[in-house]
Design a protein around this ligand. Structure first.
Ligand code: TRP
Length: 528
């Protein structure tokens, strides 16, 4: 990024921006989470639903976020403040629905949820769309708290790889080593602390120079390493069963929960739904083509996720692992693969090092949203905001760190959550993940597309996107696809079918309805 006198900083170059945004998107979500939830949800069919969610919901919402950011040049809360009309009927309607749902839940005596709904509804009445920005800040907190724990594991595994402790020959050895490591509170919390400190140091200094430059070098290296892993995985005997599991869909394995997870993951992996991309968009200058940027960022992210799947599943099957092993999948499978390559320890070190860097470029984008809010809107100094909230996130994360495999260490917290919300699926770690990824992010994305589609309005948004992207709104889609956009007879004055008109339809109708249906289906208020 470079700062010019008096104006907001902008990214150094268009490539720099795309790589920095891709650096936020590509992270543990692609290499750790995507393979493990694909494994838990039965493989190919889940991958298909995930790809569908990326296309019909992720892409349109990402364009909304970039547009909001570039137009307002503000943090997410500031962006909604700048564009919210004094009174918004749609916001009041949503507020009323939430309050109504809150009362129904009160009657069903699930009072934790009832109070949450009532408070959210009341907040929307009072603050209108600004609540969406605030929800993003809350999501940033919860996500980074468990994200940092997993990133801590990668730090631990770098250490172990260097020390040559990862030479497992059997599945059982790899699994028991992993469990021993993550359930050791000293290791788990210590590594989590190291990662949070790294994020804080970078965010205090400003995201600019270091990370933009680092991402440009390290992302391609990660890419090459994945290619090597794919080749090794595919040439193991029995690997094809893994490819089949990953790529051939078995629709009998799809259920409501699986769809919600695919939806939530589409938001998580693209860093959408909480304003991180609004923040990054606020540093983009008017000459850049944000439509093409959206395609490139989402394309890169999806490519890396699919490559990670291809690197892992063949090896899972070839070596007799369970694809549904859960959050430890990558940490258990890959070391046994490295063990079968010459110079294994070296490769393993490199891999976990790059995974940590990928996690770092994502982690800082999460912390940056929280920091930017307190700096821009509350007048805090950058270092104070970063240190205070970095510390708060670290403490919250400690609960996740000690409870990945169960609640034994924090049984009191388990009882409180059960008493208030009635359920607590999985561990505290899972609760944090489920709450933020599957609920806060899709809800944020729903609100963002409703806001752009119905409140701010596609006309103004498209006017913003036009800067830098002539083809988006002014060329007939078929002429564009046919390569005839410059041919006078194919480029009349009336363009009904353009990328812009399709996008407008998506953000007004398709994406909001899709998210809503997924929600209602999951809570059981809608059945097919
Ligand atoms: N997308 C990142 C990943 O896949 C995680 C992440 C970074 C994120 N910033 C975010 C997720 C904002 C949701 C919202 O690892």
């Amino acid at each position: 990024m470079k700062a010019s006198a008096g104006t907001r900083e902008t990214w150094g170059s268009s490539l720099g921006f795309i790589l920095a945004a891709a650096g936020s998107a590509v992270g543990l979500g692609n290499i750790w989470k995507f393979p493990y939830i694909t494994g838990l949800n039965g493989g190919g069919a889940f991958v298909l639903v995930y790809l569908l969610c990326i296309t019909i919901i992720g892409l349109p919402v990402m364009l909304c976020e970039l547009t909001l950011g570039r137009h307002t040049r503000r943090n997410p809360v500031g962006a909604f403040k700048a564009l919210s009309p004094p009174s918004s009927t749609l916001a009041q309607l949503i507020g009323a629905i939430l309050v109504f749902a809150g009362f129904i839940l009160l009657c069903l005596s699930t009072w934790g949820w009832a109070v949450t709904m009532l408070l959210l509804g009341a907040a929307i009445f009072r603050y209108s769309w600004i609540v969406v920005g605030a929800m993003g800040v809350v999501a940033g907190f919860t996500i980074l708290s468990f994200y940092s724990v997993v990133a801590g594991w990668t730090i631990g595994y770098i250490w172990k790889a260097v020390a040559g402790q990862l030479g497992f020959t059997t599945v059982a050895a790899a699994a028991s080593h992993f469990v021993g490591f993550i359930t050791h509170p000293g290791w788990a919390i210590g590594c989590h602390l190291v990662f949070m400190l790294l994020c804080m140091v970078i965010v205090v200094r400003g995201v600019q120079a270091g990370i933009e430059r680092w991402s440009k070098i390290l992302m391609p290296v990660l890419f090459i390493l994945l290619v090597v892993l794919i080749i090794r995985g595919l040439t193991l005997p029995g690997a094809m069963a893994g490819v089949r599991f990953f790529l051939s869909p078995d629709f009998s394995k799809i259920n409501a929960d699986c769809i919600l997870q695919a939806l939530g993951h589409a938001f998580f992996t693209l860093s959408l739904g909480m304003g991180a991309i609004i923040t990054y968009g606020s540093y983009v200058d008017k000459k850049q083509n944000i439509f093409l940027a959206t395609l490139s960022i989402a394309g890169l992210d999806t490519l890396i996720a699919l490559m990670a799947g291809l690197a892992i599943f063949p090896a899972v099957f070839a070596q007799g692992f369970e694809p549904g092993a859960g959050p430890g999948l990558v940490f258990q499978v890959l070391p046994t693969v490295f063990n079968q390559i010459p110079l294994g320890a070296l490769w393993a070190t490199l891999f976990f090092l790059l995974l940590m860097v990928a996690a770092l470029t994502s982690g800082i984008s999460l912390l940056e949203v929280v920091t930017a809010y307190f700096v821009d809107e509350r007048g805090w100094s950058r270092s104070r905001a970063t240190i205070v909230f970095g510390a708060v996130i670290f403490f919250l994360g400690c609960f996740s760190a000690v409870s990945v495999t169960g609640w034994e260490r924090i049984e009191w917290l388990h009882r409180i959550i059960l008493a208030v919300f009635g359920t607590a699926r999985g561990s505290f770690f899972d609760v944090m993940d489920n709450l933020s990824s599957n609920w806060l992010l899709p809800l944020g994305g729903l609100f963002i597309s409703l806001f752009v589609g119905w409140v701010w309005g596609p006309a103004k948004a498209v006017a913003e996107i036009r800067h830098g992207s002539h083809n988006f709104a002014d060329v007939h889609l078929i002429s564009l696809l046919a390569g005839l956009k410059d041919d006078p007879s194919h480029n009349s004055d009336v363009h009904v079918l353009t990328l812009a008109s399709i996008w407008g339809f998506f953000i007004r109708f398709l994406s909001p309805v899709a998210v809503l249906v997924a929600f209602l289906y999951t809570i059981g208020w809608l059945q097919f």
